[in-house]
Design a protein around this ligand. Structure first.
Ligand SMILES: N[C@@H](CCC(=O)N[C@@H](CS)C(=O)NCC(=O)O)C(=O)O
Length: 207
């Protein structure tokens, strides 16, 4: 059985967990905080969460894990069958992850853990996150899901990345990231009710 390492409070852990639920895979959750300790680094070389273990092999990075899960359990697929549509879904997921969430994360210590950030860092992050949101908005198809008519990895990254980016943006530069993107807000409301996502949310709240 697949072991999923990390903590339920992590958005990327939650994302991978939702994928396994979507695919009906059996898995065991193992509590593993992000540390630079040897055993954790063996599982996940940056010490981050999540990671999985399959037959004694460790794998980190949510996109690599999803790619593996997609191959061992192709149905239901989290990518459109058409190759270019599948690539567009991954493109959108990457822009959400790298240009919105990861950009905003630079201010995470200041926003949530009592750290400090220079005015320059706040302003450069603001500009980058807004540019990322423009890219996401340009690529987002809707109708009804992020990449088109089926639920894909793009919806998962949208669901699990926007919360953190929105919170950080509100706190650090008093900007409501979703205010100019009602289509994204509506999609997020729909995704929150999806059974896999609702289950992950409920279990994280229960601890
Ligand atoms: N690129 C990684 C990101 C994982 C990540 O940033 N995890 C966070 C928790 S949501 C973490 O472990 N942070 C602790 C750290 O940065 O040391 C992925 O997609 O899986």
């Amino acid at each position: 059985m697949i072991k999923l390492y990390g903590l339920r409070m992590s958005n990327y852990y939650s994302l991978v967990k939702a994928v396994m639920i979507e695919k009906g895979l059996e898995f065991e959750e193992v509590k593993a905080p992000p540390t630079q300790k040897e055993d954790n680094l063996a599982r996940t070389p940056m010490g981050k969460m999540p990671s999985i273990e399959v037959d004694g092999v460790y794998l980190s990075e949510s996109m690599a894990i999803i790619n593996y899960l997609e191959q061992i359990q192709p149905e239901p697929s989290l990518l459109p069958a058409n190759p270019i549509e599948a690539a567009k879904a991954v493109e959108l997921a990457l822009h959400i992850k790298l240009d919105v969430e990861l950009a905003a994360r630079r201010l995470l210590p200041a926003a949530m853990f009592g750290g400090t950030a220079s005015e320059e860092l706040i302003e450069s992050t603001r500009q980058e996150v807004l540019r990322g949101m423009q890219a996401v908005s340009q690529l987002l198809v809707g109708k009804p899901y992020a990449a088109g008519d089926t639920f894909t990895v793009a919806d998962l990254y949208l669901n699990y990345s926007m919360g953190l980016a929105t919170t950080i943006s509100k706190k650090m530069f008093d900007h409501d990231l979703l205010a100019d993107h009602p289509q994204i807000s509506e999609l997020l409301a729909m995704l929150a009710e999806r059974p896999s996502i609702a289950q992950v949310t409920a279990e994280a709240a229960a601890k």
